[in-house]
Structure formats: C-alpha cells, structure tokens
Design a protein around this ligand. Sequence first.
Ligand SMILES: [Zn+2]
Length: 323
Amino acid sequence: MAKVNTVLGPVTPDELGVTLIHEHLVFSYLGWECDALAPPYDRDAAATACIEALTEAKGHGLRTLVDATGTDMGRDVELQKIVSEKLGINIICSTGFYTEKYGKAGYFKFRSMNYDIVGELFETLVKEITKGIGNTGVKAGVIKVSTGHARISSYEEKVLRAAARAQQETGVPIITHTEAGTMGPEQADLLVSEGADPERIVIGHMCGNSDLNYHVSVLGKGVNIAFDRLGINVLFPDELRKACLLGLIGIGYGDKIFLSQDCWAFRLGRPFEFADEVKPLLADWKYDHVFNNIIPALKQAGVSEDKINGLMVENPRRLFGGG
Ligand SMILES: [Zn+2]
C-alpha cells in the first residue's frame, strides 16, 4: 500500500481521514525580514497560535492538514512537527515554489542563464520528498506549484515541468496555486503534457471563479479542483462559491473536488490589521469554517452525508494513493 509522508513519519492513505488540502501554519509575504521593525520570529508563540486556531476544527474530526507552504514562503518544518505532535493531527509538508512575483525566483532565474533549471528544480523537489528537508528528518508529502494572474511566466512553467517529472518519480500529488482561478486549464495541460497523472493533481483556488463552463473545462481534463479559499469573501463571495459547488456536485463531480480555507494562524513581520470595511468580509476565514458553515449549507441543500464524506475523506485518500 502507498505511504504518505507526514511530518511525524509515513502513514497509509486510510489513516488520513478528514483532510484540509490547502492551509498554512505560518505565512508572510517574503521580505518581512527586511523590515527593521519586525519582531523576530517566535516559534513558541506560533505553535500556541496554531494549536488554538486549529482546536475547533479538530473537534469537528479534522485528522490531516496539508500545509501548502512551499520552500520559498516561510515554511517552518520544526513548527509543523510541534503542532502535529501536540494537537494530534497529521500534517503533510509541501515542497515546491510560489509565484515568480511573490516567491523567491531570483536564485533559479539567475542560474537559468547557464543551467537547465528544470533539472535542478526536479532534483530539489525529489530530494525533499525522498531524503528529507535539510536535516529535519521530515520528508515532503506533496508538491506545491504556482502561477501568476492570467499568465504563466517562463520561470513558473519550468517549475511546473519539474513538478510533473518529480511526481512521476515519487508518486506524490501536486497541488497548485492559481491567481483568482486563472490559468487552471493551462496548468493542467502543462502538468499532464510533462507526464503528471491527472488524478494526482489538484488545481487550487478555483473558487475565485464562478464560471461553470470554466470549471467543467478544467475537470474535463481529468484533474481535481479545490474550493480552498472558502471564507475569504474579500476575494470572492462564498455565496457564489457555494452555488458552484452545488452545481458541480449535482452533475457528478463530487469525487473531484476538495474543500479548504487557505488560512494561516501566525503572521511574520509587524502586526497587520485589515481595514474596518474589510473585516466583516473575513469574519468566516478560519480553519473551522468548512465544518461550521459550508458542510451544513451543502447538507441543507440536499448533499448526502456520503457525498460529504467523499469530499473530506475519500477524495484525499484517493489523491494520496489509496485504491
Ligand atoms: Zn495558500
């Protein structure tokens, strides 16, 4: 049987249970460390914040959280281990890269003048999956790739090609970041053309878009999609996300959809407060929103317990290699 790398060691796909496919523990836009007035990172405070923020979701049955923070987004593997151990849930760590605009593309872009960075990126991803991350002993269990708004840069394309090859080599799933749900079909085509298994791909942030034609065209490529920014009404209204979800489940795509919230519990850098007019639009942006609000809304609209179990348990189990 397939084994899934979690931060505390391998588990079977059957042990994953209720899974959130795209969340973060710590996050900050890169460059926070250039802010002379930013307080130093406090891992103990971060662990406390994460455990507190995740406790209610755990009470609803959460068993596994995928931390979608790639190598260049402030990922903290030691923190993942502490939270997993203390909270008693599986955490799956990502390897992979953020967008060219907001990630740390400079190093590999410079090398690309002289070297084949698709090969180098591939080696990096495979190393983190098969040998582990630095000397932490933690092996990545998922590959994260990202593209910008309405275009895929040359650097991002190379990352996607490397990810597809690394997936072939290791078998781990690929999850993606799309900007406002754009470039979903292009991501799917690129990954599949490079040899990735469509059933082991989740095109992310598709819930930034309510065009059913668009959703069906992406699903038609055999890949999965994620409604993984539930609760972030400031980007797109949950009302339309729910309408799309119900439509897609209604026409038989429930076994291709993942639900999550793209939350984080701890922010690096100076304190940041959203503007007063934005706050109500983020009131539901919590790790437990799917459990407290989205699942009840789906049930009220007639989605069966069995189909909910499919979204939260069976789809992740299959994605990670469960037969
Ligand atoms: Zn994210």
